[in-house]
Write a protein that binds this ligand. Structure first.
Ligand SMILES: *Cc1c(COP(=O)(O)O)cnc(C)c1O
Length: 346
């Protein structure tokens, strides 16, 4: 077999990942702390994330779809997996076969699960105000769930990253559901919800973003460590004479003769054009600002501070999530999940 090395790699700092999970677990108080690993572990590689977190003691994982669940098999011993989108018409075979539970998210899904006659345990999502997925509170309280073996009863916060009155309203609605519907565990908080305090933790928390280095709210500042380090190889280094321009649209002009490093990286890799103007990279501690536009597969960096850089060297992209989100207007979630398939996950 030919070994073809990718010119893009995404380094996962597993010690930082485990550090972030432990901090979130501590903030969750007596509640168990799970992990949302949907969208391939927010783009970082769900298999590796599950292995590292399971080894650290995490027992409850959440994916969006059955395809994502199947990709995680076999699961580490003692770990449970829930599928947030529940069971659609075409999901029943997977739901019957795989060792994972659906999070039933509508009256129709509950009926579908009952009709399959499985009698197997399930999770349930109740909507407390987000109006995205979940049975309405009145549906849940009017008998729709009677007799189901519910392991985790979930709801999801819509505005936990803000100081919004919606948080307390959802908390009150969830408590009302909890007092009526029996389940083994109750779970409301995502990363930002954990920061809202112990009232929101119940029995099980479900962080995603903060595990991967995102800052969900100010309370977590200084506690959460960067986990994802994207790196791109230099394809060539050229000297651009004073007065000449670089890239599409000629948006950058060399004021003096300038060394320019052209990297194997572009918007097709999820490094979007909005990085232009603020993006950058480092090489051996030296800063290389992005210059000109981001192309599909290529991006140029001013290597004035790194005269010795050459073809084949690795540039570490500036990718601290809160800083990069503020600079680009992308969300921290988009910055993680947008990183493309050409990155080799390490
Ligand atoms: C994605 C998701 C989470 C994790 O949210 P973060 O904001 O990334 O912490 C938790 N619960 C549900 C239902 C989700 O869809």
């Amino acid at each position: 077999m030919i070994d073809i090395a990718s010119p893009l790699r995404l380094r996962l700092d597993s010690a930082a990942l485990v550090h972030n999970w432990r901090w979130l677990a501590e903030r969750s108080g007596p509640a168990a702390c799970g992990a949302a690993v949907k969208a391939d572990g927010y783009g970082l590689g769900a298999g590796a994330i599950v292995r590292h977190l399971a080894a650290a003691g995490c027992r409850h994982f959440f994916v969006a779809t059955w395809a994502e669940a199947a990709a995680l098999m076999p699961l580490p011993a003692g770990v449970s997996l829930s599928v947030l989108h529940g069971v659609g018409v075409t999901d029943m075979v997977a739901a019957r076969t795989l060792p994972a539970r659906p999070v039933l998210a509508s009256v129709e899904q509950v009926a579908r699960w009952r009709a399959a006659g499985e009698g197997r345990p399930c999770d349930v999502m109740v909507d407390t105000g987000m109006n995205r997925l979940g049975l309405r509170v009145e549906e849940a309280l009017n008998g729709a769930l009677d007799g189901l073996g519910i392991v985790n009863l979930l709801s999801h916060l819509a505005s936990a990253d803000e100081d919004s009155a919606q948080n307390a309203a959802q908390l009150a609605a969830f408590r009302a559901v909890r007092s009526e519907i029996p389940a083994q565990r109750y779970s409301l908080a995502n990363s930002a919800g954990i920061c809202l305090g112990p009232d929101y933790a119940f029995d099980l928390t479900r962080p995603g973003l903060a595990l991967y280095g995102g800052l969900p709210r100010g309370e977590a500042a200084g506690q959460i460590r960067q986990v994802a380090y994207p790196e791109a190889r230099v394809l060539q280094v050229r000297t651009v004479p004073a007065g000449e321009t670089v890239g599409y649209g000629a948006t950058w002009t060399a004021l003096r003769s300038t060394r320019v490093a052209v990297a194997n990286l572009g918007y097709a890799d999820g490094y979007l054009r909005c990085h232009a103007g603020t993006g950058g990279a480092t090489w051996e501690g030296r800063a290389l600002p992005l210059i000109g536009r981001v192309s599909m597969d290529l991006t140029a960096f001013d290597a004035s501070a790194a005269e010795e850089i050459g073809e084949g060297d690795w540039l570490a992209l500036d990718y601290d999530l809160p800083t990069t989100a503020a600079a680009t207007g992308l969300s921290q979630y988009e910055l993680l999940t947008g990183l493309g398939a050409r990155f080799a996950r390490m």
